[in-house]
Structures are given as C-alpha cells and as structure tokens.
Design a protein around this ligand. Sequence first.
Ligand SMILES: *Cc1c(COP(=O)(O)O)cnc(C)c1O
Length: 377
Amino acid sequence: MMKFKYPLAKPIITQDDINSVVQVLKTPYLSLGPKLKEFEDAFAKYIGVKYAAAVNSGTSALHLSMLALNIGPGDEVITTPFSFIASANSILSVNAKPVFVDISPDTLNIDPTKIERAINERTKAILIVDIFGLPNQVEEIQKITKKHNLYLVEDACEALGATYDGKKCGSFGILSCFGFYPNKQITTGEGGMVCSNNLTLLRLVQSLRNQGRSPTASWLEHKILGYNFRLDELSCALGLSQLKRIDTILKQRNLIADLYNEKLKDIEEITTLKSSFNNKLVRSWFVYVVLLKNKRWRNRIISELSAKGIQTNTYFPAIHLQKFYKEKFGYKKGDFPVAEDISSRTLALPFYNSLTKKDIDYIVSSLKFALYKVKKL
Ligand SMILES: *Cc1c(COP(=O)(O)O)cnc(C)c1O
C-alpha cells in the first residue's frame, strides 16, 4: 500500500473514543451486550426514526433490507448506476434484478423523471442512494412509489446528517441503510445500521442478522434462515462515542468543503458540487469530489498529484459497466449516458477533519499546476 502525505480519507479518533472501546474490553460483553442497544437507540433518535438495528457493514444492512422485504428471484428493483457497487449488489445478493435508471446531471442522484418508464409488473422497490451525501428528490420519488405501490429503500450510507426539507436522510425508506467504514462521517471500523419505523420489518432484520433467531427464542432455535451479520460491542461503543460529537464532526466537514469550494470556484476547468439545492436538499459532505471539464485530463492529473503526496480517486465508475454486470445483463457503453459522462470526469480530493487551511492551499495549488501541465499537452 502506498503511503500518501494527504490520503483521501482519515478517521479522527479521540481519546474519548479510545476510552469507550477500552472500557468494553474490561467487561465480559464483547458481543450482544448493552452497547448494541445503546448505539441503536441513540442512532434512531438522531435520524428521527422509531427503530434501528446495527449490523456488521453497510453492505449487510442493504442485503438484509432486501431479504426482509421478501425481494427475490423474478423481482426487479430500480436503482442508480452511479454509486458504490454495494447498493446494486444488494439486489443481486437476493437473486433479484437491478434495473438502472440514469442520473440527473445536477444532483448526480437517480433522475425521478426517468423512473416511471422503467416500472413493470415485476418491479418491487426503488433503491435510492444519497450519493456523495446529497439527499434524493424524496417527494418526487415518493409520489411514484405510492402510485405504483412500491417499497422505497434508502441507501443513506454516504449521507449521515444530510436533510431533505429539514428531515434526516435515512428516515424516508421503509428500510434505510447506513455504513460506518473508516471513510464515512462516523466509523465503527466495519459496521452498518438499518433504520425503520416498521417494527415487524425491523424485528425481521434483527432475526436475520442473528442466525434467524427470533428475539424471544432460545439460542439454538432458528425460525428462519439467517446470517451472522452482528455488530460487536467494541464497534458499538466506538460508534456511540463518535455519534455523541456528530454535530461538531459535520460542522468541521462543512467548513473544509466550503473552503475547497471557495478556492476552486474560479477555475474554469473544474466544476464543484453544491452543498445544497434551494435549502431543501442539504448535503452532508462524505467525499470531496469535483468534476473535470475534460475526462482526458484525469489520469495525468491523478499521477501528477500522486507524485506530490496527494491521493485522489475516481468515485465512482458506472456500475452497469463493471465486468460482471456487462456479462450478466448485456449492459454496454451508452446505456446511461449521464452516469457515464459524470463518472469519467470525477476526481475525489483528500477530505478529512484534520486538514488545515495550509493543507488545502497546497492541494489546490498542486491541482492548479497539474491542470496547467495537462492542458499544455
Ligand atoms: C459505503 C457505502 C456502502 C456500505 O459499505 P460497507 O463498506 O459495506 O459498509 C453502501 N453504499 C454506498 C453508496 C456506500 O458509499
């Protein structure tokens, strides 16, 4: 693994975080102890939903959501091709078919005006992804799910703290999912959460994550086929500790993103992403991504910045053009032109709360110099 002076992401772990994990190690409860419920309750309260179930990754949260909704072979789920692959994979994991709908070039989220033509009698759900922490156009999408009697599932893994019309992302799906990988707004190492206002579905998720045991059954009684997707107590304690200072974490992330946006706004070769749309869709910055005007510049810029100790990445390649999606479904270039265009021009810059103004100055001037060099070619 190459070491960068400025990595893409870096978790910020405080002494309080460390203490809370060490505290757990001094108890006999390393799994299924008191921290699990404490973390779930605090998380549900923060999102503004009735219930939450912690699991061992965001991918597990999505997988269990599909299972709990009884989505399976023969079913179709509408989703976005511009995402981290786990969102679409969750549909494949239950042997249902992901049906992609292209994105809007402004929000980079699924384009609600293009959804209805993808619906047929096999469609069971719409899986929205709040990409780069920006909420979806919830009202437009809810209109469609109501009209066609579909489930709305939310992959809010990138959007902890984002709001749509004042309400938190992760409160809109019948089931909504979060992930706590180290590059997310808060981390538990690996970890995830399913949120819901539906107690029956949430109980089912709790049973599925724990070998199909019902909450009231004995340890060796398995009512349904389940998994071990449990989140251990150390992770719950870390998540709980980070959630306590979530407002500070998000405020700092906003400041850093605003600083980047301010310093990059006059560079005509770059488009920056907005932090909000009409004050209705308010982003929680997950990664700091800019769009290059010309996709042919990208590889060269990445290597120029890499030589200066600056890690960048190309979030995200379009999912339908990944090898096994092309092979399984026959997708090809041109199927979702907006997603393809955007994904060919994205550049994610280092983004974490310990970046200083000076660091950002260095990264921005290095990017400017790299642009100047590639344009001369
Ligand atoms: C991070 C992320 C996930 C979950 O990832 P895990 O690594 O499994 O926790 C799911 N969907 C999206 C869009 C993500 O960014």
